[in-house]
Design a protein around this ligand. Structure first.
Ligand code: BGC
Length: 282
């Protein structure tokens, strides 16, 4: 009996030939982080998990419809491709998106334009860029990058990366591998969607002191800790740099640390995801 066929890759993008796989192996790749206020990209050295050269950022167009975002992504790819260190013109590009991404399709749009719902973002960007792409949830990208190059490197068992920003993003990592699309920012806590009360933007909106905010974070992290008993929490997002304001107030049995890749985690994670999925990195 013939051996069962391996499952098809979870992408609608253009597949790489064996020859192309070899050509791009371990070479730098472009990563792009699509956010609510800015879309930023960089050329990623996948051995070091660091950017080669500067990030390139363009404000997110408003409204952030699929077509207008695709246009900005194309401008960023064009700028990065004009640099001397640019990856080959046919090398795949990794992207993040702030919603659930399953098989290249957007399945949630909590903090983004609702016209993204059910959009095949992989097909849209593959067509616009004319090269293979891979799209991953933004927090998942940050988690992947932290697990390989940052605060989660070498940690076995369950590591939860929680990003506090406009929403609350989460990445579930087990033994260094990502379990995609964990949406722990939307756990219902005390009758509310957690991110509506405990995100960084909610803190600003509600004018909370760090001490008041810590009470919400305590409630959030102890609930997540109870559900998953992780080995480690890694906190990312803009306010991770203010962690000395709220970490001292948190009483958890789980170690909690800040993310190490800071602003570049999404870009690096997006490039890493495309490299792992297309066997361009191990
Ligand atoms: C979305 C997640 C996303 C997070 C951070 C949440 O509202 O549901 O998919 O990762 O915001 O952007």
């Amino acid at each position: 009996m013939a051996a069962p066929r391996p499952p098809a890759p979870a992408t609608n993008g253009i597949a790489l030939s064996k020859k192309d796989e070899k050509k791009h192996k371990s070479a730098p790749l472009i990563g792009i982080d699509i956010g609510g206020t800015g879309i930023k990209g960089g050329i990623v050295d996948l051995k070091k998990g660091k950017l080669i050269g500067d990030r390139f950022r363009i404000p997110t167009p408003q409204p952030a419809t699929p077509e207008s975002v695709a246009e900005v992504v194309a401008q960023i790819v064009e700028e990065l491709s004009s640099r001397p260190d640019a990856p080959a013109a046919d090398a795949p590009v990794g992207l993040t998106f702030p919603g659930i991404i399953q098989h290249g399709v957007v399945r949630s749009a909590a903090n983004v334009d609702k016209s993204w719902l059910d959009k095949d973002i992989d097909a849209l960007l593959t067509a616009r860029l004319g090269r293979p792409v891979e799209v991953i949830n933004d927090a998942d990208a940050a988690g992947l990058a932290e697990a390989r190059y940052g605060a989660g490197a070498g940690v076995n068992g369950t590591v939860l990366v929680i990003t506090l920003g406009t929403g609350i993003g989460s990445a579930f990592i087990f033994d260094g591998k990502l379990v995609p699309n964990a949406e722990l920012g939307h756990l219902e806590i005390d009758g509310f969607d957690a991110e509506s009360k405990a995100s960084a933007v909610a803190r600003e909106r509600d004018g909370l002191s760090w001490e008041e905010y810590s009470v919400l974070l305590q409630r959030y992290f102890s609930h997540v800790e109870f559900l998953f008993s992780p080995e480690l929490f890694i906190v990312g997002g803009g306010i991770s740099k203010r962690s000395d304001e709220y970490f001292p107030h948190l009483k958890l049995r789980t170690k909690i640390v800040t993310a190490e890749l800071k602003n570049d985690a999404g870009i690096v994670g997006a490039a890493l995801e495309v490299a792992l999925n297309r066997k361009l990195a191990e």
